[in-house]
Design a protein around this ligand. Sequence first.
Ligand SMILES: *Cc1c(COP(=O)(O)O)cnc(C)c1O
Length: 360
Amino acid sequence: MADPTDPATWSPATTAVTAGRPPHEPDQPLNHPITMASTYGATGGVEYGRHGNPTWTAFEEALGALEGGRCLAFSSGLATVSTVLDLVGQGAAVVAPRHAYNGTVMQLADLEARGRLTARLVDVTDTAAVVKACDDAALVWLESPTNPALELADIETIARAAHEAGAYVVVDNTFATPLRQLPLAMGADVVVHSATKYLAGHSDAVIGALVTADDEVYDALKGRRDLLGSIPGTLEAWLALRGLRTLHLRVERAESNARALVDRLRAHDAVAELRYPGFGGIVSVVLAGGPDAADRLVRSTSLWVHATSLGGVESTFERRRRWRSEPTTIPEALVRLSVGIEDVDDLWADLSGALDAVVP
Ligand SMILES: *Cc1c(COP(=O)(O)O)cnc(C)c1O
């Protein structure tokens, strides 16, 4: 039962709207301003602009409340990833999905090539294989659903095995958002976000964040952020918080649009295979006409925009293998759709017309 005096009992929709606000007092603004400051009066808690900023704090309070821990914002999702990976000792083993976000896999490969750590890439759907790979690992990195294969990991079972092996568990929750999956409650030590995607949600800011309920881990990561300087821009933090206020509405609409499109796409002759994890706004299709059909599709719509990234209010799509760094285990003809919040019939009219033209 919701207790109006206890924010911890409020539903995520209420938390998204209310967390990280200034106190309700006469003449207090309802929103934290964009505080442009490189330095602060000495002997307070902040001191310098690389150590903290009230606009970051507002965003961090809101996302921390949604994920159930303490949040740190970063300059991008990948700056968050590199700061977390920097925690493991020299030569440590890191387990990660072979279909994790491409930049994450590339960071691991780069660190491995320089002798910094060893990466064990796994199929996250094969829980027994992942559990086996946890042995002697220092960190187990999970992403669920994965990008763009949309595979799901058994986070609870893997987290238990990882902890038995003494490893930290990190979950990239960018695709699911805290509204569909709460990794800390499932046993993860750290949740990572590209806030660039659903959290900010308007394709206008690059920013990252992490959340942890472990004070020691928080202090270590805050220390790394202070030292490495991987801090967010003040405007970006403000935009991310502005986006977060409508996260629940955008996710609900994107998801209901995606569900309606999944049924129609499955029945279309241009589609050979469809992947959808059952929630969220990301759908991947493999075109029956092969890579050529996929390239023609993304060039022939009016409403759908051919663009990388995802999680914005507008519908976008992309043939992923156009990137040379994309794993070869991703089908050549796979197109990843990021379903937006437009009218679903308008979306389908545009998409089905383009699909009709690429039926083999
Ligand atoms: C985009 C993305 C990232 C990287 O985030 P940036 O903000 O682009 O640096 C990491 N993980 C996932 C799942 C992503 O989609």
